[in-house]
Ligand binder design. Structure first.
Ligand SMILES: [Zn+2]
Length: 252
């Protein structure tokens, strides 16, 4: 049976002599594996649409739950990511996280839209990469069923005073009510915003550097703690950032 649907390529692996096995996050079928036959030979008509991180319209042939790619027409290739190693490293981390999140029992249909919006924003350079990363991390944790209760203090039930976030329990407390990672007003406001806003406006807020650093540490810890794993792509992204920071210091 043939079926046409759009999807984002999260992973590709060489397979047999000339094939590539793709992991695709699709609109209708969630995450699927699909074989692209003969694409490592020259002149394959599929090449453009089956690149890592391509968002394409696919025509699949499906038989007994196995998918083969018949056509792949690229819709968006995110060129802004492909010639910038730092952006590409961050986008690869996003792809890894999407890949894991799509395995959850309950997969939110917004997952693909979050992935696409984040890649669009990163590719276009329209927002600070650090903010995009934080928004992606916190929103995907929420979409995967780990939304924390942060509007009111988990102990006294009031709006939290000097809020702290208990990452493991996914609760916010007043500093005098319970323990956790210290938030400032900017970072706390950003967390509330990320949980409640529409995906279209996800990155549309500004933070000073201090709040941004607090937010950045918290969203990363939150994601890694609730997904209960590390990501090699995140380690690689951080090593690139550290190398660039060192180079900047040397130049001064
Ligand atoms: Zn309290």
């Amino acid at each position: 049976m043939h079926r046409t649907e759009k999807g984002l390529i999260l992973r590709e692996a060489a397979y047999k002599d000339a094939d590539i096995m793709l992991t695709v996050l699709t609109e209708c079928d969630g995450k699927i594996s699909a074989a692209a036959r003969g694409v490592r030979r020259k002149n394959s008509k599929l090449t453009a649409g089956i690149q890592f991180l391509a968002y394409s319209e696919f025509t699949f042939f499906e038989s007994a739950g196995r998918f083969t790619v018949n056509e792949a027409e690229p819709i968006e290739l995110f060129f802004g990511l492909r010639n910038d190693i730092e952006k590409l490293a961050l986008a690869s981390y996003f792809a890894d996280v999407l890949n894991v999140a799509a395995d959850c029992e309950f997969v939110d249909p917004e997952l693909l839209r979050l992935g696409l919006n984040s890649l669009f924003a990163l590719s276009a350079g329209s927002y600070d990469a650090c903010i995009i990363k934080s928004c992606f991390e916190f929103k995907i944790a929420a979409l995967s069923g780990y939304a924390p209760g942060i509007k009111y203090c988990g102990k006294c039930g009031r709006a939290p005073v000097s809020p702290v976030l208990d990452i493991n329990n996914g609760s916010v407390y007043c500093k005098s009510c319970g323990g956790g990672k210290t938030l400032d007003n900017g970072a706390y406001g950003a967390l509330l915003y990320i949980l409640s806003c529409d995906l279209k406006r996800l990155f549309s807020f500004k933070l000073d550097e201090n709040s941004r650093n607090i937010l950045s540490n918290i969203t990363e810890d939150y994601l890694l703690s609730h997904f209960d794993r590390d990501f090699k792509t995140l380690t690689f992204y951080k090593s690139i950032k550290a190398a660039e920071a060192a180079a900047c210091t040397e130049q001064r």
